[in-house]
Design a binder for this molecule. Structure first.
Ligand code: DAH
Length: 360
């Protein structure tokens, strides 16, 4: 009997000495586990005489349940202590200002926003988006667009040429988005209604020109597309984009190798104040080039000009972004200056839609 008392004292001392959950668990296993000291005692009951068992049974079982209770109680206390320690350690100061999420601080570049605005407008008119490579062959950038070899119009573009390859061919950084017209005609059957936003490159740099800039091209090909349709599409676009109820447009004869007739479009504006206003005033500003697709271009795209006709236009995105949002210097667009972006950028969730308002 006295060894039971001693065992109990020893285990109880271990229980009080255990100061974390793994330690109390170790005490439990050492006492009540399969090979634990108390379990071993219980096993001895089998070999005892009935009389002996009558006194030893309740003694050992009593010991077992007192120890189990003591362990459970200590465990509970240690658990509470651990939670308290953790609460202390992970204390949150609710008076601190919250850290803004990336959705709050990130800004959409005005070019991306304006591309979204433009594609929302044309998407609503039934256009889809097409894209093509920035590095083009001379064929797609010039020849297929009816720029004959040695034609002076090639010089108008201040092209960036790559070094000649093994075949003596020099690729170019595309000087306009027009090559995607040909790529689309090659891969898609009419009716075609696409807009082509993208980067374009020319050797030019000042406050309103950057060697990398953005254009958006439009192409409509079917059997009846005509100049009147083109004027309507472009006028609707300008009204919606500049968010004015009416705008006068002026279509002037011009020249592009890939269109016949070719036109340049001016939009009515008022420059009398500190910023340019559209839809009022009696000044004009050139905003895009357009025309009926030249038969040679249709042929280069694999279409029969006796069956199909179409119109196309090309517009500088950067310029109309500057005009709409009053950004004075184009070079700042590509400086990656966060202060500029914080000022002129758009909030990520302000997605332009026609029903929600483009820029509101
Ligand atoms: N590609 C012309 C340029 O970069 C713009 C242009 C004019 C595109 C008339 C067209 C067009 O599709 O029809 O200057």
């Amino acid at each position: 009997m006295s060894d039971l008392v001693q065992l109990e004292e020893q285990i109880m001392a271990e229980i009080s000495a255990a100061d974390d959950e793994p330690a109390i668990e170790a005490v439990r296993v050492a006492a009540l586990g399969k090979k634990g000291s108390v379990s071993e005692k219980l096993k001895t009951l089998g070999a005892m005489s009935p009389e002996e068992r009558q006194t030893m049974g309740p003694a050992i079982n009593g010991l077992k349940s007192r120890i189990a209770d003591a362990i459970a109680e200590r465990k509970q206390a240690l658990k509470a202590k651990a939670i308290e320690a953790r609460l202390e350690r992970e204390r949150v100061d609710v008076t601190l200002p919250t850290r803004p999420s990336p959705v709050e601080t990130g800004r959409i570049h005005p070019i991306s926003q304006v591309i979204d605005e433009i594609t929302a407008i044309f998407g609503d008119m039934g256009f889809s988006i097409a894209e093509g490579p920035d590095i083009e062959t001379d064929y797609y950038n010039f020849t297929a667009l009816n720029f004959p070899e040695g034609h002076p119009a090639r010089e108008m573009h201040d092209t960036f040429f790559f070094a000649k390859d093994d075949k003596g061919e020099a690729k170019v950084l595309r000087t306009h988005t027009s090559p995607v017209q040909i790529r689309t005609m090659e891969s898609q059957k009419p009716p075609i209604r696409i807009v082509i936003p993208g980067k374009t490159y020319r050797q030019d740099s000042d406050a309103t020109h950057s060697p990398m800039f953005h254009q958006i091209e439009g192409l409509v090909i079917d059997k009846t597309a005509n100049v009147a349709n083109m004027k309507w599409v472009l006028t609707e676009f300008c009204k919606t984009f500049f968010e004015v109820p009416q705008v006068k447009m002026r279509f002037r004869p011009s020249f592009f190798p890939f269109t016949e007739p070719s036109l340049e479009v001016d939009i009515q504006c008022d420059r009398s104040g500190s910023e340019v206003k559209f839809g009022e005033g009696d000044d004009w500003m050139e905003i895009l080039g357009c025309g009926m697709v030249h038969p040679n271009v249709l042929r280069a795209g694999g279409l029969d000009p006796d069956e199909y006709q179409g119109f196309a236009w090309g517009m500088g995105i950067d310029r109309i972004a500057m005009l709409k949002y009053g950004m004075p210097d184009l070079r700042a667009f590509f400086d990656a200056d966060v202060r500029w972006l914080n000022h002129y950028g758009f909030r990520p969730l302000d997605m332009p839609t026609l029903f929600g308002g483009l820029s509101s």
